[in-house]
Structure formats: C-alpha cells, structure tokens
Write a protein that binds this ligand. Structure first.
Ligand code: AMP
Length: 383
C-alpha cells in the first residue's frame, strides 16, 4: 500500500521510518526541493495549490494523510474526491484557525481561556475592555513556535503594538497563569476505537519546545482522565482518524485546552523508544484501518529538541539508553534539526541519566538542570 503524505519535514520522515516495517510505501508532496524526506522516499516538489500536481500525486495512492497542518483545506478536500484523506479535512479546518478551534472547544464544553476576535485597533480596545490585561494577542492563522504572538501586559504594550498594528485577523486571549504546560497524544482508528498516551509535560524557551517529560511528573489518574475525556470529545465531534495532539495548560489543578494539532506532534517523539507503539506507528495503523498499537509506556523519557545545532554523537550515545535522531536538515538558528530521547526504567534513573549527558546539554536552553523534586516525584508510573 502506498500512502501519500502532504508535507515533507521531520514528521513525515519519522512516519515513513515507522511505516516501512509494515510494508507501507510512501510518496510525499512538499513545496520545498530541500524537504528532508527526499533522502528516504519519492518526493513531488509542488505547491499545495497546484491541483494538476495534486492529481498526479494522488494517482495510485491508497490514502493521503498530512504531517503539516497548514495544508490548504481546499487542497485536502480536492484530494478527498479521489482518495481517502485522514484526518478528515474538517479537522484541518478546525485546527487552522485559532478562533474556530477555541469556538469548538467551547461548543464541546472543554474549558479554555477566555477569548475574543480582533480585526482592528478599535476591536482590540473592546476586547481588552471585556477580558482585561494581561492578554496574549495571536494571529488566527499560520502562527507556530510563538511566531505571530504579542503578550500585552500593560496599556503601554497596547500603545506600542498599535504603532504597527498587525494586518492579519487576530484573537485576544486571557493570559493564563499556568503551573505547567502539558499535551495529550490521542489516536482514533477508522472504526472509532481510541487510545491515549499519558500526558506529557512540555518546557519551552523562546516560544520553541525544548524539553518533554513523559509521562508528566506527578501525573494523577484524575488529570489523565480529564485530558482523555476532552480529547475524546474532539475526536468524536470531528469523526477523526489518526493521531491528534491537544496542548493544555494546567492551572489550579484543572486543564485548559490551548490548541490542537491534527497530526503527529513534537511532544510525542519520545514514544519511538518510550512506548509499545510510537505515535508514528499508531498514526499509520489508524489511517490504514489496522488495529491500534498499545500506548503503554516503557519507563520514563525525556525528549530534548536540537534547535539549530547538533552535539558530537559519540559522547552523547555513550550514555545508556540515549537515542539520537537527526532529520538531515541544514543547520540554521531556530530550526528543529533533530532530537534526543533519554529513556530509563524509573524517574530517579532518568534524572541521573540526564546529569550524565555531555556539557552541550547542561544548559538553560535545554531547561537543565531539571528541578529535582519534579523529576523524582512521579508516584504513579514509577517502578
Ligand atoms: P501557542 O502557539 O498557542 O502554542 O503558544 C505558544 C506558547 O505561548 C505556549 O506554549 C505558551 O507557553 C504561551 N501561551 C500561549 N497562549 C497563552 C496564554 N493564553 N496565556 C499564557 N501563555 C500562553
């Protein structure tokens, strides 16, 4: 079976690596001739809006999926007239616009931060009048890794922003004083069956994910259940098939949904070594109509993103149960070029192993050193 994937970045790369043992073949479409998947699979270089290229791409495919959530919805809908497309285009549509996404959460009774649409300086004033400050103003579309976001703490920040008011449609959100950021990786099969990975704790620097801890330290059954119930509602409302990532804030012991990604997600990379079936394998199983794989963890993992630089591999790989993934991209500041997963049988052992990592990793950019009480207090999943 040949699966078509829209987008040819590292997520597509890891999907293909997970799919080859299942005898899946892959064909990618990406506008960039440098897309990393070119190393391991046939790749069509074309714009997502080039319908002639899309038709040629779709020829002979069993199904199409995506690794990039900003594929134009019309392109996904067009492909869906020839070949099954999973997750369904309506999921792409819901996730591409922060206002639609938050409205969906609200409709489903999923707690989220207060928000208001903003299209002009006057509407910003009205939204601040309603929500108050501090707030976070975001572009409704195409923002990622903290781009297209402005934190407004005081009236002076608002005055400054108005000097060069963004021309795109915007959303103002209440600033959430969260205690931590979490994400839930969920998967739904073609027959409606679901599975969930344990909540992951995420740490960012400069708006980019740097470190994920899986399972999240101090994870209680009730928090996990709350997250699963929220994700299940989204999966069912969208008749979803594949992996869905839901990003959450934990605040006052409750979860607030921030956003979702209709694809495999950076905060799920640990599952390659840390779960019985990885998020990549499970996405493929789901879209291909196979039984879902087990999401059970194999111990404790820390996933560290490599942003714009890579370590010397020898010293890193000398640390037991440490795994290096490089995506074959050229090094550029701010670019995700690889990741490292450190796995251990207990949180205590994981903490010790992280301390053995080379000096390259013992820096604030990697959120090191981990606060000890956090890394050692995982009562539920500890062995
Ligand atoms: P997003 O693109 O929505 O994932 O936002 C990027 C990062 O900005 C998040 O991971 C949070 O650290 C922070 N952030 C986003 N929205 C809010 C909010 N409403 N309140 C506080 N922090 C936020």
């Amino acid at each position: 079976m040949t699966i078509g994937i829209l987008g040819g970045g590292q997520l597509g790369y890891m999907l293909a690596l997970a799919g080859y043992p299942l005898d899946f073949h892959f064909r990618f479409l990406d506008p960039s001739p440098q897309a990393p998947v070119g190393r391991i699979a046939p790749r069509v270089t074309a714009e997502y809006t080039d319908y002639e290229a899309l038709d040629k791409f779709a020829h002979g495919l069993a199904l199409v999926t995506y690794e990039f959530e900003n594929v134009p919805v019309e392109a996904a809908r067009h492909l869906a007239t020839h070949v099954p497309v999973f997750p369904p285009p309506q999921a792409l549509e819901a996730a591409q616009d922060r206002l639609n996404e938050k409205a969906l959460f609200q409709k489903l009774g999923i707690p989220t931060t207060e928000f208001a649409a903003v299209n002009s300086p006057a509407e910003l004033d009205a939204a601040i009048g309603k929500l108050g400050l501090p707030g976070v103003l975001k572009t409704r579309r195409l923002g990622y890794d903290g781009k297209g976001q402005w934190v407004l703490r005081r009236p002076a920040d608002v005055a400054e922003l108005k000097k060069e008011f963004p021309s795109a449609p915007l959303i103002l959100e209440n600033f959430v004083n969260f205690s931590r950021e979490l994400s839930l990786l969920a998967v739904r099969g073609r027959g409606g069956e679901t599975a969930f990975y344990p909540l992951v704790e995420n740490h960012h620097r400069g708006g980019i994910l740097r470190l994920s801890l899986a399972p999240a330290p101090q994870l209680s059954d009730s928090l996990q259940r709350e997250a699963e119930n929220q994700a299940r509602q989204i999966l069912e409302a969208l008749d979803y098939v594949g992996v869905l990532a839901v990003e959450l804030f934990e605040s006052g012991g409750r979860l607030l949904a921030n956003e979702m990604a209709p694809r495999v997600h950076n905060s799920g990379h640990w599952s390659i070594e840390g779960a019985v079936a990885s998020q990549f394998e499970n996405h493929l199983r789901a879209v291909a109509g196979l039984p879902l794989g087990e999401t059970r963890t194999l111990g404790h993992c820390a996933m560290l993103n490599l942003i714009g630089e890579v370590p010397e591999p020898g010293e890193l790989l000398a640390v037991s149960d440490t795994h290096l993934h490089l995506y074959g991209k050229s090094l550029r500041p701010g670019r995700k070029v690889g990741h490292v997963t450190v796995r251990a049988d207990s949180a205590r052992e994981l903490s010790a192993r992280l301390k053995q990592l080379p000096g390259f990793f013992q820096r604030e950019e990697f959120c090191m050193p981990l606060p000890l009480p956090v890394s050692l207090s995982n009562y539920k999943y500890d062995t």
